[in-house]
Design a protein around this ligand. Structure first.
Ligand code: GLP
Length: 258
């Protein structure tokens, strides 16, 4: 498997596009640039409200730039332990509905976490093996939790881990339940799974490129922690500091102090 040469370290690139449409276009263009440079890129995909607009414009925008999405390989970042792919809260389902089905991605191109695997530890090992076999992650697209989590790596987690099962904070479970559009899930939000299965920060930091998407006023403290540029275990997003190819696209409302 051919790999792009590792690029020389450069400072974090930070942009505050003016408004939601510009945010989505800027993020989609980063993804398209990566796929133009390496059509068989291995891409890690986030769930949540943040990437919805990006996913919705990506197919048409890629086509308008004559960039094909059919050679890419897709992984998801995380999911709730125990949920099958048809569950309305399943991240695998979200990724399929919002992106993969829309671009007609084939089974050969897609490996999503099996959050309902009977042996989650074995699933974590198999997932890491699949990432390694694909040549490692070329582009990790990340959202950001209000408490600074990336994927399901919560405050205080270790920064050297690969895919693993983790306990979710109450803050994350509440925030994410509110993002689910299915009303039956909202009513049962106190029953949201307590465990997540997630790529670890070790995996994410080995990605050759990272695109961090920061949307929503509630992300101000987490973004500030990153911009203060001091690694802090209580803010997992600061584990990305020093990554050789980190781009941050942030909500323009977060440009100025509150
Ligand atoms: C969840 C996901 C994260 C995501 C975060 C932000 O916790 N595990 O990967 O980045 O939510 O979600 P939103 O984009 O809805 O703010």
């Amino acid at each position: 498997m051919s790999r792009e040469p590792r690029r020389k370290s450069q400072p974090m690139q930070l942009a505050f596009p003016d408004g939601p449409a510009a945010f989505d276009c800027a993020a989609a263009d980063c993804v398209i640039d990566a796929l133009a440079a390496k059509p068989d890129s291995v891409v890690a995909l986030p769930t949540g409200r943040t990437p919805v607009g990006v996913y919705s414009i990506l197919p048409r925008r890629a086509a308008s730039r004559s960039v094909l999405l059919c050679g890419a390989r897709w992984f998801n970042l995380d999911d709730y332990v125990g949920l099958g792919v048809d569950h309305p809260m399943s991240y695998a389902r979200f990724i399929r509905e919002h992106l993969l089905d829309r671009i007609g991605a084939s089974d050969r191109q897609v490996r999503l976490l099996r959050a309902d695997a009977p042996d989650c530890a074995a699933e974590c090992r198999a997932y890491d093996a699949a990432i390694t076999a694909a040549g490692g992650i070329d582009l990790a697209i990340l959202g950001l939790g209000a408490n600074g989590h990336i994927a399901f790596n919560e405050p205080g987690c270790a920064w050297d881990r690969d895919t693993h099962v983790t306990e979710l904070t109450e803050q994350t479970r509440i925030a994410n339940a509110a993002a689910v559009s299915d009303p039956s899930c909202l009513q049962r939000s106190n029953l949201a799974p307590r465990l997540g299965i997630t790529m670890g920060i070790g995996t994410l930091r080995r990605a050759r490129r990272i695109l961090l998407l920061v949307k929503g006023l509630g992300k101000r403290a987490a973004l500030n922690a990153l911009l203060q540029a001091v690694p802090d275990a209580q803010w997992p997003v600061t584990s990305l500091l020093g990554h050789p190819d980190l781009t941050v696209i942030a909500d323009s409302r977060l440009r100025s102090p509150a």
